[in-house]
Design a binder for this molecule. Structure first.
Ligand code: ADP
Ligand code: MG
Length: 257
């Protein structure tokens, strides 16, 4: 975490799919220890931007920097290793595993195989120590999200909201600095949404940095320190919520509808 460099800086990012320019010369930064919102109408390029930042897609051009270090084109697990992770929906296979097993697998998915690779006998003690640390971290996170009582439950049996809590708990297994959330409240009822938000705010208080992609404008405006507005792959506007709410271009392109 070097000097004054922002947690995340994106410069002139561009991605095309055939004839479609999904992300078109987009540049922005996010602030340390804050929740930055990324909004825009359907097809604006939010998910593509998200995938470019987290290494799930490579940009045609442009760069992505994490605390001043170039991570453009790096594999997702390398980016996770450097402290930026995203949430994942729980895949079908993982539904047949318990909540705790899902938690134990998370670092493997995020960081690659190093921790879990079978090793020479001499190194076994270290691996066991690492596994003990992973287990402790898993319980700590399950406790934080109030789902420790569900540790032995199959992930497939969780309610929609409990699943979202597990998705966030898993993402935090490697203790990242930056957490990227792509529509984390999709399909969540209002009371669970509030609970999820409380957890996110508490994590922000602890110093985590968030980039939040969300289509619920009110939710973004209430919870983000700054808002980025994408429109047709371009950054249409950025600023504090009060400004964005009253920005004529934003109203016309998005809010007016
Ligand atoms: P958003 O998340 O803001 O709704 P997306 O980033 O998913 O927008 O999509 C931006 C544009 O890129 C859309 O026109 C979409 O159809 C297109 N697009 C996204 N992913 C692909 C892909 N894998 N192949 C082709 N077109 C894609
Ligand atoms: Mg999307």
């Amino acid at each position: 975490t070097a000097g004054d460099a922002p947690p995340l800086r994106v410069e002139h990012l561009r991605k095309t799919f055939g004839g479609i320019t999904a992300v078109d010369d987009t540049s922005f930064e996010i602030e340390q220890g804050k929740i930055t919102g990324l909004i825009g109408p359907n097809g604006a390029g939010k998910s593509t931007t998200f995938n470019l930042i987290t290494g799930f897609l490579s940009p045609d051009s442009g760069s992505v920097e994490l605390y001043g270090q170039d991570i453009t084109g790096m594999a997702p697990y390398n980016i996770a290793d450097r402290g930026m992770v995203r949430t994942f929906q729980i895949a079908r296979e993982l539904s047949e595993m318990t909540v705790l097993e899902n938690m134990m697998l998370a670092p493997k998915h995020q960081q690659g195989e190093a921790l879990w690779r079978s090793v020479a006998p001499g190194a076994r003690a270290q691996v066991q120590k690492d596994e003990q640390a992973v287990l402790e971290r898993a319980w700590e996170m399950l406790d934080f999200f109030d789902i420790d009582h569900l540790a032995e439950e199959y992930a497939g049996n969780l309610s929609g909201g409990q699943r979202k809590l597990l998705e966030m708990a898993r993402a935090l297994m490697t203790d990242p600095d930056i957490l990227l959330l792509d529509e984390p409240f999709a399909g969540v009822n209002p009371s669970l949404e509030e609970k999820l938000l409380e957890h996110i705010r508490e994590l922000r208080e602890q110093g985590y940095t968030f980039l939040l992609v969300e289509h619920d404008i009110d939710l973004i405006m209430e919870n983000c320190s700054r808002v980025l507005v994408l429109h047709q792959g371009k950054l249409l506007a950025e600023g504090p919520p009060e400004e964005i709410k009253n920005d004529e271009r934003v109203i016309e392109a998005y809010l007016g509808g």
